[in-house]
Design a protein around this ligand. Structure first.
Ligand code: FMN
Length: 526
């Protein structure tokens, strides 16, 4: 035995390495049947799989230039990170953008910028930027709501996001006066940290679901009564990344906590169908909106990605005929994010935001309905110049999802669908989410929103306006092709936005329906 052990001990290390490689080669050639490359090129084939798996990180850190990556490039991410940390978010030496590139936009500045006096709300708080319209005012809902921030957190559920991420976002909106859209997963305790909430439901009716998987109005009314933080309700028709696509939440992911919040059974697969059970036609949708508004007193809106317009036109006609309809419409762009979607849907189904929004808005404009609706836009609009463009096209508020995630530490690993998010944001893994420092991250989200609003206000002033709702389609130019070098949005999209009734920032400041009560209490802020 001793002589065998000393024989083993005397074998040099490189013979061990050769032996291990020989075993791998034998496995590659004779035993594994799945990988052709490993079979045909034993051992070296593994190097290819290894390099492929770290390719995205290599390209992100070493290869891609500043403006190359998608969905968000390094400059965009860097601006959000710096703004969220209240660090220097400027750039030196001038733009590195190709300002002659197709679709590049320009905001037209005024000869002399808009001047505010010492008593102006923005003299006290440079970040004060509420929505210029009151949601639910036209339809005389019992509890109308004016968002205290024109920039807000878009629908992302507890389930797609971790508890720590949802909590950080809710405290962040509390600190910045914004609202927090719950997404489809129901109202969790993490959404109840004091921020204004928009309760959102989709075809799964999570949190307000009857035994047979339909919408329970009774549960919805009780939920609203028990949670005064809910300021509005959003019915999801579709989202840009996967319109008309249902989903399955696997039983393995349904913990006791998730089951209770969503109103489903522990450990059992839950289906989110592609279509709603509670309504099948546009008139039925309008009836449901009215019933919810009547029973809860809250403004009710719909969220959709835009493709065909015929049913939207039917909605507009019903609104004209009956005087009823949604209080707000959230238009999501085809470039929008998701926790998980098939690439064929994410890449191709539904129109990108500028095309989708402009065609929908034009339709409502032609029917003279725009003043009855608060338009909300989402789809990579979380940057001040993009937001100015969106306001010029007709939005009243902006929702941001992935930009909000980045403000609390998302590194765009694009692994939301794998439960392995390294930043602990889009995962239910306890270890990964433990890395999130909730008080710090909530400050970051609040600071991102405040920096965003401040910069948007500054751009607005540079254009000679007091509030971005005053932007018109002629204030923004966009590069077209070689024939039409550079044209206004009005020319490009063929309409002029309806004038928003705006009588000065002070009126918004004094509005009794203004949300963000906690934020407003702590004025003044810089
Ligand atoms: C992780 C994640 C979860 C989402 N969950 C929902 C959802 O539950 N309901 C919904 O309507 N949209 C959902 N969305 C879409 C966003 O609300 C938003 O419309 C879209 O990402 C566009 O905004 P963005 O470009 O600022 O990310 C989700 C997006 C992400 C990234």
């Amino acid at each position: 035995m001793d002589s065998f052990l000393s024989f083993i001990a005397n074998i040099s290390w490189w013979i061990w390495v050769l032996l291990a490689l020989a075993l791998v080669a034998i496995r590659d050639i004779f035993f594994q049947k799945k990988h052709t490359i490993s079979h045909n090129f034993p051992i070296v084939g593994h190097i290819r799989y290894m390099l492929e798996s770290i390719g995205p990180e290599m390209r992100q850190y070493f290869v891609a230039n500043n403006r190359e990556e998608l969905p968000f490039n390094r400059i965009e991410r860097g601006w959000i990170y710096a703004s969220a940390k209240k660090e220097n978010n400027y750039e030196g030496f001038g733009t590195d953008r190709d300002v002659y590139a197709h679709q590049h936009i320009f905001v037209k500045n005024q000869m002399m910028a808009y001047k505010i006096n010492d008593n102006h709300p923005n003299a006290k708080d440079k970040t004060f930027l509420p929505c210029a319209k009151v949601i639910g005012a036209y339809n005389k809902r019992k509890k109308p709501f004016r968002p205290a921030s024109a920039i807000n957190v878009s629908a992302m559920s507890f389930g797609s996001l971790s508890a720590a991420a949802v909590e950080a976002m809710n405290i962040g909106v509390l600190k910045s006066g914004a609202y927090h859209n719950t997404g489809e997963g129901g109202l969790s305790p993490y959404h109840k940290q004091g921020g204004d909430v928009v309760f959102h439901f989709g075809t799964g009716y999570f949190g307000v679901r009857s035994e047979d998987g339909n919408l329970s109005l009774e549960k919805l009314v009780t939920l609203v009564e028990n949670n005064p933080c809910i300021k509005a309700i959003e019915i999801k028709l579709s989202q840009g990344a996967k319109p008309g696509k249902g989903g399955v939440l696997p039983g393995a992911k349904i913990t006791a906590e998730l089951a209770e919040i969503r109103g489903v059974e522990i450990g059992k697969d839950v289906l989110s169908p592609a279509t709603h059970k509670a309504f099948s036609t546009v008139p039925e949708l309008v009836d449901l909106i009215e019933e919810i508004a009547e029973k809860t007193g809250l403004p009710v809106g719909i969220k959709g990605a835009i493709g065909k317009l015929d049913q939207w036109e039917e909605l507009a006609d019903i609104m004209l005929k009956t005087g009823k309809g949604p209080d707000f419409i959230t238009v999501d762009g085809g470039e929008g994010g998701t926790g998980a979607a098939p690439p064929s849907f994410a890449d191709h189904v539904s129109l990108p935001w500028v095309y989708g929004f402009s065609s929908l808005y034009k339709l409502f404009l032609e029917k003279k309905l725009t003043d009855r609706i608060v338009f909300i836009g989402s789809g990579k609009l979380g940057f001040p110049a993009k937001a100015a463009m969106a306001f010029a096209m007709g939005v009243d508020c902006i929702n941001v999802a992935r930009e909000a995630m980045m403000s609390i530490g998302c590194i765009q690993a694009q692994s939301c669908h794998t439960n392995t998010c390294p930043a602990g944001i889009a995962t239910q893994n306890q270890w990964l989410q433990r890395g999130i420092n909730v008080p710090l991250k909530s400050d970051r989200l609040a600071q991102y929103f405040k920096s965003f609003r401040k910069e948007l206000i500054e751009i607005t002033h540079a254009s000679g306006y007091e509030h971005p709702c005053q932007y018109t389609m002629d204030d923004i130019q966009v590069n077209l092709d070689d024939n039409e070098l550079n044209r206004s949005l009005a020319f490009t999209y063929g309409y002029n936005k309806a004038k928003v009734a705006f009588n000065g920032m002070q009126e918004l400041y004094d509005c009794v329906h203004l949300g963000g009560k906690e934020y407003m209490k702590n004025e003044p802020k810089k």
